[in-house]
Design a protein around this ligand. Structure first.
Ligand code: FES
Length: 242
């Protein structure tokens, strides 16, 4: 698990909050409540607004734009808010605050049953990308070369034809996988559009390289492909294809 330095504890106003541009490539908000420091995404999940411009009363964080609110101890949405905050585990040592970051692959529905050795090989293949709100990751008809694992943020899907699409839901949980057509034969093109609803961090893996690793590690490969068939069935029932 990576330990990423964010700031000094003394940088945070007593019972207050402050945002930092982190080495993760995203803004991280640190808030102190009682003796505990909490870490969350620094940008509002509603629109591209810095949360440290809002209000914090020691228990509830409020975005000043449209008054979405969150419980500072959990990041859970309260009041008007329609989405929770992405939470980071914070560790303190000798006055320094760190974010603890585990691999999104390890918690992903698709890859979690793979061995640690396979996870490490896939982690080495993954490119970490940070995309701004509204960025299109792929469009209908694009080549289906890469599979994505959500690390932070929120991604929305639309299905239909190039000239006429309709929403197909969104995902926001760390470890959710999309673009899995890259792991299938005879699905060379995207059948959905994927775009970021807020600033998002993604692991991007080339599908052919993933399949090569899984073929070389058949025990993990079997478990991952079995899970893939389960996910496809679930998504076809609930959201339409991605
Ligand atoms: S931008 Fe934060 S609540 Fe709307």
């Amino acid at each position: 698990m990576a330990r990423i330095p964010i700031c000094k504890a003394a940088d945070i106003p007593s019972q207050g909050m402050k945002s930092f541009d982190s080495p993760l490539g995203i803004k991280v908000l640190i808030a102190q409540s009682g003796d505990t420091y909490y870490g969350y995404q620094g940008i509002c999940p509603h629109q591209d607004v810095c949360l440290d411009e809002g209000f914090f009363d020691g228990a509830t964080l409020t975005c000043h734009q449209h008054l979405w609110q969150w419980d500072i101890t959990t990041g859970a949405a309260v009041g008007l808010a329609e989405a929770p905050l992405e939470r980071f585990v914070i560790e303190q040592e000798a006055g320094q605050l760190f974010v603890l970051q585990s691999s999104a692959l390890k918690v992903s529905e698709l890859f979690r049953d793979a061995s640690d050795a396979v996870i490490a090989r896939l982690d080495a293949l993954a490119r970490r990308e940070v995309h701004d709100s509204l960025a299109t990751l792929y469009d209908i008809g694009d080549p289906a070369d890469d599979v994505y694992v959500l690390e932070t943020g929120r991604v929305e899907f639309a299905i239909g034809r190039e000239d006429r699409t309709m929403p197909a839901g969104f995902m926001l949980r760390k470890g959710e996988v999309f673009g899995w057509a890259a792991l299938l034969e005879d699905h060379p093109r995207r059948i959905a559009k994927a775009a970021c609803v807020e600033q998002s961090t993604l692991l991007r893996l080339n599908g052919a390289e993933v399949l090569k690793v899984l073929a070389e590690e058949p025990a993990s490969g079997y478990l991952v492909m079995r899970q893939l068939s389960t996910l496809i069935t679930k998504h076809l029932r609930t959201r339409g294809g991605k």
